[in-house]
Design a protein around this ligand. Structure first.
Ligand code: 13P
Ligand code: SF4
Length: 401
């Protein structure tokens, strides 16, 4: 679903207006935040939900393929045909051309990527359209177009390669495709930046400043001073022409509201409570957290590291809570704790619950395609160019191990 961005131009002006919406209420088609789920949702208290999901899933058979991101609730994950991080799920979706329906239990930008990577005969369904991503919302097409003009005025656009994290809308991926750039995920950001520096002198990294900074500093050996934050809410993006010319990595001022919560204090606190603890965090965390951790890597890397860890070892994990709870249950021989003291789920990932999944599956089984995510042809073409550049990158790995 690609829509016109209604935000105001930002260069030289005040913050872009972003109306506050309650999740799942009203509509904001210009952002990752979606619209109310149409139709009758089963009640969350319905004791037959599991059985209804099982029956609808069975009725659909090979016509449907259900993908589940690792941050999804257990009640949903139990019905996933495959689980994965955003990189693995993008590849899994592309590798199932025989499935008529791709039911994406994740967030909106992931479903868009699945639509781009699957055939025209396949339809991608997101069980709740309000499952957006606040980080993806932080880079909107008009803002990014304005920033590119700002780079052009400073004489650096031609030597800059835009790289966007998978966690961005299809429009932003298409922007990167049009301007010689690529997509990356947390498991191949290093390879994407290496590739970008083979094709230009600078990188514009969207929308997660932390993944961009952590990759540039920890993996490419650049310094913090080589990185410059580009703030869409400040006049002239908060940067001078000289600063733009001197910087190597231009970091869009976006962040993940879940991973951004972990702090140096959380790390110090857990080290005091559990002296031999291994701190393992996702690279969407702030640079000071990543620097003070023992291991850093994508969601798949976190899962693999836990699986290979010796019995009796202790782990504090800095990522989304649904996954940390699942890891703790799967590894009773190890101590697995959440890095922060306060509970922190991704509220938009959690929008997909069993009632929404049942509703989507039952509708599909009865021949009604609901909540279809469809990217328009032009956006799809250019986003695909950027995604294909990512899929052609060699290898994946840990940020710090
Ligand atoms: P990965 O799935 O790439 O690890 O990203 C984490 C995330 O925040 C997904 O929304
Ligand atoms: Fe977006 Fe962060 Fe939630 Fe992932 S965990 S969907 S990046 S808000």
């Amino acid at each position: 679903m690609t829509v016109t961005d209604t935000g105001q131009p930002t260069s030289g002006g005040p913050a872009t207006p972003l109306p506050l919406l309650l999740l799942g209420r009203d509509a904001d088609p210009a952002s990752e935040r979606g619209v109310e789920c149409p139709g009758d949702l089963p009640a969350a208290s319905d004791p037959d939900l599991v059985e209804r999901a099982r029956r609808a899933r069975e009725a659909l058979g090979d016509r449907a393929f259900v993908l589940g991101h690792h941050y999804q609730r257990d009640e949903v994950i139990q019905f996933a045909d495959v689980t994965g991080d955003s990189f693995k799920l993008a590849k899994d979706a592309a590798a199932r051309p025989e499935a008529e329906f791709i039911v994406f239990c994740g967030v909106h930008f992931m479903a868009e990527s699945a639509d781009i990577l699957t055939g025209d005969h396949q339809q991608v369904v997101l069980p709740d359209l309000a499952a957006g991503c606040s980080m993806a919302d932080m880079a909107r097409p008009l803002q990014v177009d304005d920033a590119w003009t700002r780079l052009g005025d400073a004489g650096v656009a031609e030597s800059t390669v835009p790289i966007t994290y998978m966690n961005s809308s299809a429009d932003i991926k298409a922007f990167c495709g049009r301007h010689g750039g690529a997509v990356c995920t947390s498991s191949n950001a290093r390879q994407a930046l290496d590739w970008a520096f083979e094709h230009g002198e600078k990188v514009l990294f969207l929308p997660d400043q932390h993944l961009g900074r952590n990759t540039a500093v920890l993996q490419l050996g650049l310094s913090l001073d080589d990185c410059l934050v580009v703030d869409p809410h400040k006049p002239d993006f908060g940067v001078t022409d000289d600063e733009l010319r001197a910087a190597r990595v231009l970091l869009w001022k976006g962040h993940c509201s879940v991973h951004g919560r972990f702090s140096l204090e959380s790390v110090a606190d857990v080290r005091e409570r559990i002296p031999d603890v291994n701190v393992l965090v996702h690279p969407e965390c702030k640079n000071e957290v990543v620097t003070s951790a023992d291991h850093v890597g994508s969601t798949e890397y976190i899962i693999k590291t836990l699986a290979e860890a010796p019995a009796g070892s202790a782990w504090a994990i800095g990522t989304e809570l649904n996954l940390v709870k699942r890891l703790a249950n799967e590894h009773p021989d190890k101590t697995v704790v959440f890095l922060d003291k306060t509970v922190c789920f991704c509220s938009t990932m959690n929008r997909i619950d069993l009632p929404h999944l049942v509703w989507a599956l039952e509708n599909l089984a009865e021949g009604r395609v609901v909540n279809r995510i469809e990217v328009d042809d032009d956006t799809e073409h250019w986003a695909r160019v950027a995604l294909d550049r990512m899929l052609a990158l060699p290898g994946t790995g840990a940020v710090k191990s």
